[in-house]
Design a protein around this ligand. Structure first.
Ligand code: CMP
Length: 140
C-alpha cells in the first residue's frame, strides 16, 4: 500500500554536509520526496513536534538540539513507506544500527542520530500536517 511518512534530516547531518547522501538513500530505497522544506526550527516548534516525549529526561536537550541549526523536513511516499523508512534509518542508537542504514552511516549517538521518521500512520498524519499544508504535497 502506498503511504506517506515524515522525515527530518537533523542539524547534525546538515552540518556534516550529508543532505545529498541521505536523500540519495531515500530515493535508492524507493522512498520518493513529495515535499521538501529547509528551515530553522524554533524551539517551541520542536517542543510541539516532540510533545509525546515531554516527560522524558532528554526532552529539553532534544528540542534544544533540533533548534540548534537548519534541518531538512521531507514527506516521503512509497509502498509501506513508514516501516521501510524506519528500516532504512536503523536503530535510534547509531551504535546499534546495522550496516547500510542512515544512522549507521551518519549518526553520532542516541540523541544526535541524523534523521527522524514517523513511527505509525497516526503519527505520520500528525507530523506531515505539522509542517506541510496539503497543497504543498505534490502528486508523483
Ligand atoms: P527520533 O526518532 O527523532 O525520536 C525521538 C528522539 O529523541 C530520537 O530520535 C533521539 O534523537 C532522541 N532520543 C531518544 N532516546 C534518547 C535518549 N535515551 N537520550 C537522548 N535522546 C534520545
Amino acid at each position: 500500500m502506498s503511504e506517506r511518512t515524515l522525515a527530518i534530516i537533523k542539524p547534525d547531518a546538515v552540518k556534516k554536509d550529508a543532505i545529498g547522501d541521505i536523500i540519495k538513500m531515500y530515493e535508492g530505497a524507493g522512498l520518493r520526496p513529495v515535499a521538501i522544506r529547509m528551515m530553522r526550527m524554533p524551539k517551541p516548534t520542536a517542543e510541539g513536534f516532540y510533545a509525546v516525549h515531554k516527560a522524558r529526561p532528554f526532552f529539553d536537550s532534544l528540542t534544544t538540539f533540533m533548534a540548534s541549526g537548519p534541518v531538512v523536513v521531507l514527506v516521503l511516499e512509497g509502498k509501506d513507506a513508514i516501516k521501510r523508512h524506519r528500516d532504512l534509518m536503523g536503530a535510534t542508537d547509531p551504535a546499534k544500527a546495522v550496516a547500510g542504514t542512515i544512522r549507521k552511516a551518519h549518526g553520532t549517538n542516541i540523541e544526535y542520530n541524523a534523521v527522524h521518521g514517523s513511527d505509525s500512520p497516526e503519527t505520520a498524519r500528525f507530523e506531515i500536517g505539522y509542517f506541510f499544508p496539503e497543497m504543498d504535497l505534490v502528486a508523483r
